[in-house]
Design a protein around this ligand. Structure first.
Ligand SMILES: Nc1ncnc2c1ncn2[C@@H]1O[C@H](COP(=O)(O)OP(=O)(O)O)[C@@H](O)[C@H]1O
Ligand SMILES: [Mg+2]
Length: 228
């Protein structure tokens, strides 16, 4: 099987000189789910931002579905990798939930009626069809997260990257999100500090430490090894 995501020797330094990634080797197979664990500042978000080209590697490479992440491939790569940001407010910006979810397909050139139909369909999939006409900023944190995920699903990605998706959710919201994600066939990268949440979705984790992947193992083994 060929990897859906493959990073090799990935390095990244921010403009102020911070070396956030110091040589990351990482593979994700189609349909596989991996949790990214590790301390604040260890490079998880920086890594995620490379997976659809929001940041450009200082050295090394990322290949998505056989396509190298570089300027000329960005459109194709962003269709394949859906990034769900930690704060949904950074993702939702249209006047209604339906328009927000239809935005991606419309921007990709889909006819308006088809885009609305597609939006309606993914809103049903995430259990938010009844809020289609609402303003996104009036929703609860859990609802916003579902709508943000719907917007990503509308673009039919092969990989979902979720950056700390449970941060603003209460425990029932966290369980509901895990149930929703468990039903999605996409490969997933879950950046989270919430070990029970991760364990609902996968047994596999990598542990980020100071810009490197210190280990890839079962979640239980990682928690033991790093006293996490
Ligand atoms: N925009 C930025 N400019 C400079 N340094 C940054 C920026 N964003 C993150 N960093 C630094 O890069 C390192 C990795 O951060 P980040 O990827 O956000 O870690 P994590 O998501 O694991 O908490 C940290 O040292 C952080 O301070
Ligand atoms: Mg982060």
């Amino acid at each position: 099987m060929s990897a859906i995501i493959q990073a090799k020797g990935l390095r990244y330094s921010y403009e102020d000189g911070t070396e956030a990634l110091k040589g990351i080797d990482f593979e994700l197979q189609p349909g596989e789910t991996v949790a990214l664990l590790g301390a604040n500042g260890s490079g998880k978000t920086t890594f995620a931002l490379h997976l659809n080209g929001l940041l450009k590697a200082t050295a090394g490479s990322v290949v998505v579905d056989g396509l190298e992440v570089k300027e000329s491939n960005l459109k194709a790569i962003r269709r394949r990798v859906g990034l769900v940001f930690q704060d949904s407010d950074n993702q939702l910006f249209m006047p209604t939930v339906l328009e927000d979810v239809a935005f991606g397909p419309l921007a990709a050139g889909m006819a308006a009626d088809l885009a609305m139909e597609r939006a309606q369909q993914v809103l049903e999939q995430v259990g938010m069809a009844h809020k289609a006409g609402k303003a996104p900023w009036h929703l609860s944190a859990g609802e916003k997260k579902r709508v943000a995920i719907a917007g990503i699903l509308a673009e039919e990605p092969k990989v979902l990257v979720l950056d700390e998706p449970t941060t603003f959710l209460d425990p029932p919201g966290q369980r509901a999100l895990a149930a929703l994600l468990a039903d999605l066939p996409q490969a997933k990268i879950l950046i989270t500090h919430d070990v029970p949440f991760a364990e609902r979705l996968t047994d596999t984790a990598v542990f980020f430490r100071e810009g490197r992947i210190a280990a890839r193992n079962s979640i239980a083994a990682i928690v033991r090894e790093f006293d996490w």
